[in-house]
Design a protein around this ligand. Structure first.
Ligand code: CP
Length: 305
């Protein structure tokens, strides 16, 4: 695996191997403590992040490696007009692997085409977020004991939510999964995702605006934030931002075995009252993200443990 730009670059066998490796890291962390000694990860984040950047960095430190970090576009020579291609060539001189987040869709791919070290897409615009999907898959696996035969509800901003696009692409390849797409009309799943991933492959899905009506049939509820930074006008954002707010009262209609995921950050779409519900697993999902990024770094650097 040279780069990871889109989750579809990983076969289901490779996804299963990453999950198995993450499980081994969780069970035997001491075995991996020196695995990346003398290796350096560069985190190049041209868009804000808490979880993705810090979990990549924590992952590399826990593997015994080191980290070089750009935490905003304004603190690098991108602010002086340097291209993504030149940035990638430059950082390849210092680091063994690069994780890049960028507001422009396709920027990590451009970086990968110009870097001489592996590049991981850590989120590009409203497009893809493959390592969030790795965190989501490990979470579903750990909560359900399988990633097949599930009814998965995705709720909120399905248009701009890159984590949604990557998760649907990944889960659609496992047998027996079906999707319930819950969003306002204006924030429906883009037709290219629907056509390429769902319709062309006869994956069952329904679309609705009604969260409460959909809740009883779900095994997984994947809540998402309305992505303010992707809107062209503030008025539309303000009108749509509170379309869905999950509360303990609404959850009374849900299955006792539901698992509630959210890639975070949360704004208002899950009330804090839900956090104490054992079905809320979004902070476990945060921790799972670190383990899957450890597994990914080991695989991409081809480290023998
Ligand atoms: N889930 C996620 O991408 O979070 P951050 O934006 O904090 O990295």
């Amino acid at each position: 695996m040279k780069n990871l730009i889109d989750i579809l670059e990983l076969s289901t066998e490779e996804l299963d191997e990453l999950i198995a490796l993450a499980e081994d890291i969780i069970a035997r962390p001491e075995k991996y403590r020196e695995s990346c000694r003398y290796k350096k990860l560069a985190t190049l984040f041209f868009e804000p992040s808490t979880r993705t950047r810090l979990s990549f960095e924590a992952a590399m430190y826990e593997l015994g490696g080191q980290v070089l970090s750009v935490s905003s576009g304004s603190s690098s020579s991108a602010a002086k007009g340097e291209s993504v291609a030149d940035t990638a060539k430059t950082v390849s001189c210092y680091a063994d692997i690069i994780a890049m987040r960028h507001p422009k869709e396709g920027a990590p791919l451009v970086a990968a085409m110009n870097a001489t070290v592996p590049v991981i897409n850590a989120g590009d615009g409203g497009h893809n977020h493959p390592t969030q999907t790795l965190a989501d898959l490990l979470t579903i696996w750990r909560e359900k004991g399988r990633i097949t035969g599930l009814t998965i509800g995705l709720c909120g901003d399905l248009k701009f939510g890159r984590t949604v696009h990557s998760l649907i692409a990944a889960m659609a390849r496992y047998p027996g999964n079906r999707f319930v797409l819950i969003s306002p009309e204006e924030l429906k799943l883009p037709s290219y995702v629907k056509k390429d991933v769902l319709k062309n492959r006869n994956i069952p899905y329904t679309q609705t605006t009604d969260l409460e009506g959909a809740l009883p049939e779900l095994d997984i509820l994947y809540m998402t934030r309305v992505q303010r930074e992707r809107f062209f006008n503030e008025e539309d954002y303000l009108r749509l931002k509170d379309s869905y707010i999950l509360t303990p009262e609404k959850l009374e209609k849900a299955s006792k075995t539901l698992s509630i995921l959210h890639p975070l950050p949360r704004v208002n779409e899950i009330s804090v009252g839900v956090d104490a519900d054992p079905r809320a697993v979004y902070f476990k999902q945060v921790l799972n993200g670190k383990y899957m990024r450890m597994a990914l770094i080991l695989k991409m650097l081809e480290v023998e443990v």
